[in-house]
Write a protein that binds this ligand. Sequence first.
Ligand code: 5RP
Length: 215
Amino acid sequence: MVIIAPSILSADFAELQQDIALAEKAGAQWLHLDIMDGHFVPNLTIGPVVVAAIRTHAKLFFDAHLMIENPEKYLAAFAEAGADLICVHLETLKDPVKVLRQIKALGKKAGLAVNPDKKFADLQPYLPELDLALFMSVWPGFAGQKFIADCLPEIAKCRAYITDRRLPVDIEIDGGINRATAPAAIDAGVNVLVAGSAIYKAADPSAEIQHFISL
Ligand SMILES: O=C(CO)[C@H](O)[C@H](O)COP(=O)(O)O
C-alpha cells in the first residue's frame, strides 16, 4: 500500500494546524516536513521550534527532510522536536554512515536523499544503514516545480535491489507528484509519495489525499 506524505511546504503557514489536521483526517499516514537553510537550497523554511509546536497537534508520522548543510549539527534538535524519521542529503555529508548511525542512535528512522542528477549506484552503498531512500524528482528548494523523470529508472534499480535482498527500506519520491506523475513513480517502485501543491493547492485537498491513498 502506498503511503502519502503531504508536504507542508505548500500548506498555509498561517493555518498550519488546520492544514495538518485536514491531512490527518483525510487518511494521510505521514507528514513531510521541508527543512531548508538558505545554503544547501535557495530557500528558508522552518526549524525545530516549529516542528515541536506542530508535534503537539498531530499524531502523523513526522518525515523530516533536512535540506540543510551540516545536518549532523541539528539531528538531536529535530529528534527532540518530534521527528520520527530524519532524512539527510547525500550531497551534504562527508561521512554518510556516521551521520546515519547518529540518527539511529537518537532512536529515529534514518533516510538518505539524493538530488535528481544522482544514480542508484550513488545511494546503494548506504542501503544497509537506511530505513528510507528518497529520490528527488525536482531540484530541492521550492514547491510547484515540474516533475523530472530521470529518477524513475534509478528507483526501479533500487526497488529490484532491496526486493532481492529483502531489505526493509522504504522508497520515497519528492517533487512534482500529482495525479499524472504518481502512477509512473509507483510503477517504478516507490511506496512513499510526497505531494505538496497537488494536495494543498487543490480545490479539495482531502479528495487528493484519498486519491493518492487509493493508488
Ligand atoms: O522538497 C520539496 C522541494 O524541495 C517539496 O517537498 C516538494 O517539492 C513538494 O512540493 P510539490 O509537490 O509541489 O513539488
